[in-house]
Design a protein around this ligand. Structure first.
Ligand code: XAN
Ligand code: ZN
Length: 434
């Protein structure tokens, strides 16, 4: 396949601005060129320096008035919950009973799962998200449907079957043994195929017996490169419930720790009400937390303390948590993240924000050697953001005098309308209609 090249403004993160300072944390080309071959990035630089060096058969696509960034990474989302996004009036535990469990029950039907998976992936791509860590339902066929659709688009996706053997409706429970066996079969079928990875997925401590958590921990250690994906400390009633179910454990995280479920590639959604001891343990074990701003506000769960988690060296990614979250757009997640941090006297500057949505997510998932920025050798997963997406965005950006100001306005005003095109492994997988 001949190389292809994309000309636009180019911006990507090189490191966490918290660690290296803002100047050294990103690379920007006002008029840049990104050269892609065989699904990988082969060169990035200024257009005037690179255009003359292209081989004559290289096709150049020009996106004037647009910004190319790495594809967004969503470190926590539920594909079976699209149908309950924006459901009124409850907090976590009631919301699960009232809306979520009935919706997940329908995924026993493989055809329903396939149709939902297709729609879900379309929404991710329309919003510029090229990698996500995804909950299925308890039904193995939900994960088969998801991976089949993701494979057909050659996406880098991580997903798993929910493990849930108590405190849930009968139609949504497995057993410790069946959950282990079904997960194992899915791992053998999907893990490492194309760009797919498997996540062992106990829903959260209250819906698994100690026997199920122990088998999940065993499975997590049995294959290399597996993920562990669950929820932690999202809601105060949930935290109290965990304490009553596991009185012998010193805190919520210790329930997972005791069963071998923490460490590299363990991703915990939310982590709003964690104590210092839990944060320290997450940091020292290389575990990650998914910060899910739109969900935390929508379900009234609380304010995520980014400074505290980062202070303990915890890897933090950004999640939408659809359908508790209210948007697939990571730009909208950043908009709400900014406000959550404002309320705690913390600032989310636009370069740090871009880092959280891209390279920070890749680091949380231990995938920074493959995705997260536009360095040569990485997967060609990128997004084209339109400076003219809406009349308001066009007007606001025309008045902006710096990259920082433009980027901030984009993250506050932007959403799916801002995404002109999305590329995965060098293929255009979304193109916004004119
Ligand atoms: O945001 C959430 N969504 C869920 O589906 C869920 N289950 C347990 N805890 C949860 N939190
Ligand atoms: Zn969730």
């Amino acid at each position: 396949m001949p190389a292809k090249a994309y000309r636009a403004a180019l911006l990507h993160c090189l490191a966490d601005p918290r660690e290296v300072g803002e100047e050294a944390s990103y690379e920007f080309f006002e008029d840049g060129l990104l050269v892609v071959e065989d699904g990988r990035i082969v060169r990035i630089g200024a257009a005037d320096a690179l255009l003359g060096r292209l081989s004559p058969d290289t096709e150049v696509t020009h996106y004037p008035d647009a910004l190319i960034t790495p594809g967004f990474i969503d470190t926590h989302i539920h594909y079976p919950q699209v149908g309950v996004i924006g459901s009124y009036g409850t907090q976590l535990l009631d919301w699960l009973e009232t809306y979520t469990f009935p919706a997940e029950g329908r995924f026993a039907d493989a055809e329903h799962a396939r149709e939902q998976a297709r729609f879900f992936l379309g929404e991710l791509l329309r919003n510029g998200t090229t990698t996500a860590l995804v909950f299925g339902t308890v039904h193995p066929q939900s994960v088969d449907a998801f991976f089949e659709e993701a494979l057909s688009l050659n996406l880098r996706m991580i997903a798993g079957k929910v493990l849930m053997d108590r405190n849930a409706p009968d139609y949504l429970t497995d057993t410790a043994d069946s959950g282990y066996a079904e997960s194992r079969a899915l791992i053998e079928r999907w893990h490492g195929r194309g760009r797919l990875h498997y996540a062992v997925t106990p829903r959260f401590a209250p819906t698994s017996t100690p026997e199920q958590l122990a088998l999940a921990g065993k499975l997590f250690q049995e294959f290399s490169g597996l993920y562990m994906h669950t929820h932690i400390s999202e809601n105060r009633d949930e935290v109290a419930w965990v304490k009553s179910l596991f009185p012998e454990r010193k805190n919520y995280l210790d329930v997972y720790d005791h069963h071998g479920l923490i460490g590299a590639r363990s991703v915990f959604a939310h982590g709003i009400h964690l104590c210092d001891d839990e944060c320290r343990r997450l940091g020292e074990t290389g575990s990650a937390v998914a910060f899910c701003p739109t969900s935390n506000l929508f379900l009234g769960s609380g304010l995520f303390d980014l400074a505290k988690l980062e202070g303990h060296g915890v890897r933090v990614g950004l999640g939408t948590d659809v359908g508790g979250g209210t948007s697939f757009s990571q730009l909208q997640s950043l908009n709400e993240a900014y406000k959550i941090l404002q309320l705690q006297g913390q600032k989310l500057d636009p370069f740090k924000a871009l880092y959280l949505a891209t390279l920070g997510g890749a680091r949380a998932l231990y995938l920074e050697d493959r995705i997260g920025n536009l360095q040569p050798g990485k997967d060609a997963d990128f997004v084209v953001l339109d400076y003219q997406a809406t009349p308001l965005i066009a007007r606001r950006l025309a008045g902006a005098s710096s990259l920082r100001e433009k980027l901030f306005a984009l993250m506050i005003l932007g959403d799916d309308r801002t995404v002109k095109a999305t590329y995965a492994a060098g293929n255009r997988v979304h193109h916004r209609a004119a």
